[in-house]
Each structure stands twice: as C-alpha cells, then as structure tokens.
Ligand binder design. Structure first.
Ligand code: HEM
Length: 179
C-alpha cells in the first residue's frame, strides 16, 4: 500500500518493455510527502549511527532528565540517538511498529514531535546532527525515492508478509573517556 501511495504522488504508471524512458525531475521528487514519510520511517526503524565527538574544552553536559556529566577536554563523547530519541515511546508512540505516515499531518504537512510538552528539534537522527551531519542525505533520499518509483513502474510487486525483527538496543548513553 505504501508503494502505491508513493507512485500516485508522482504519477501513476506501469511500464511495459519498450516503453519510453521515464523522465523524473528533481521538482517531482520534491513533491512526495507520503514517500518522504515512508523513507523517514524506514530510517527511523533501521538506522542506528553512533555519533562520536571530540571534546575541545572542559564542559558540563546537561541531560533532559536533569542529570549532568562533567566532560574533560580531550575526551570523546559517543551519542546513540536510536535508543535515546528514535525508540522513545513518549516521542514516537509504538516506536517499533512501521507506520508509513508517522511523520505526516493529515493535510500532508510535516509533523512536529514533543517530549514533556517541549517541541523537539531532533526527533529522528539517521543523518547525525550538527556540523558533521551527513552531507549526502539529500542525494541518498532522492536515490532511494527514484529507486522505489522506478522499480514500482517496471516490476509487478507482490506483497509477501515476512516475519522480520527490528534491531533492539539497551537503553543508555555512552560516554567514552580518554583515561
Ligand atoms: C541512507 C544513506 C546514508 C545514511 C543513513 C548516512 C548517515 C550518515 C551519518 C549518521 C553520518 C555521521 C554524522 C554525524 O557524525 O553527525 C554520516 C556522515 C557522512 N556521510 Fe552519510 N549517510 C548516508 C549516505 C551518504 C551518501 C550517499 C554520501 C555521499 C554521497 C554520504 C557522505 C557522508 C560524509 C562525507 C560524511 C562525513 C561528514 C563529516 O564528518 O563532516 N553519506 N552519514
């Protein structure tokens, strides 16, 4: 169902061998809110990067729960947002279920996410964050969308229910110290 919804966003078609080349423009790929949500939900469930940062000066790192860590210059800090954010049921209800429209409002606009009543800036972090956020993210998403669209046009797809498990991780924030 998700795939057919996505195709409708670009233009419904099924191609036979010998059909003319399909021309999909960047503008067309920008107007696919449902497919965007599908890709984001896929990454929400499956991507689990560890973000490592070098500490350049002594500082105190405050957590949302009030805990505070003293970090020294020269330390390395490793953050694991898959558990801390992406699988937090308060941010994402039923975090382990695939919900193709998790990131969409009813009108097709992007949804906001909250924790303890506060709107979150970071609610899904497959690309990391900050200065070293993945510079290939736009390219990667467009390639994925193009792949989904073309494969849906050129092949008859049959849905087969396969029992698969989603990655699970224990809940902790890793802090790696230099000594
Ligand atoms: C689904 C596909 C991809 C995912 C999930 C992904 C994810 C990530 C993540 C998590 C980081 C680390 C960000 C951080 O430390 O905050 C990263 C860094 C990076 N990615 Fe990607 N990436 C993807 C595809 C790509 C592609 C297609 C390219 C290039 C064409 C690319 C180029 C890079 C580069 C150069 C960095 C290092 C950035 C830096 O350290 O300044 N990535 N990526």
């Amino acid at each position: 169902m998700q795939v057919s919804l996505s195709i409708c966003e670009i233009g419904s078609c099924f191609l036979k061998p010998g059909s003319p080349v399909v021309n999909i423009t960047r503008d067309m790929l920008k107007e696919t809110p449902v497919l965007d949500s599908v890709v984001e939900e896929t990454l929400h469930l499956t991507s689990a990067p560890i973000l490592i940062r070098a500490v350049l000066e002594n500082l105190s790192l405050k957590m949302a729960n009030g805990r505070e860590y003293t970090i020294r210059k020269g330390d390395r800090v490793a953050l694991f947002p898959h558990v801390a954010v992406q699988m937090d049921p308060e941010v994402h209800p039923e975090p382990h279920s695939f919900k193709y429209d998790r990131f969409l409002n009813q009108g097709g606009t992007k949804k906001d996410f909250y924790k303890n009543g506060k709107k979150l800036k970071y609610f899904n972090m497959p690309w990391g964050a900050g200065i070293s956020i993945c510079p290939g993210c736009f390219f990667a998403v467009n390639e994925i969308k193009l792949f989904v669209f073309l494969i849906s046009c050129w092949f008859h797809l049959i849905y087969i229910k396969v029992e698969s498990s989603i990655l699970t991780f224990s809940k902790h924030l890793s802090l790696i110290f230099s000594d």
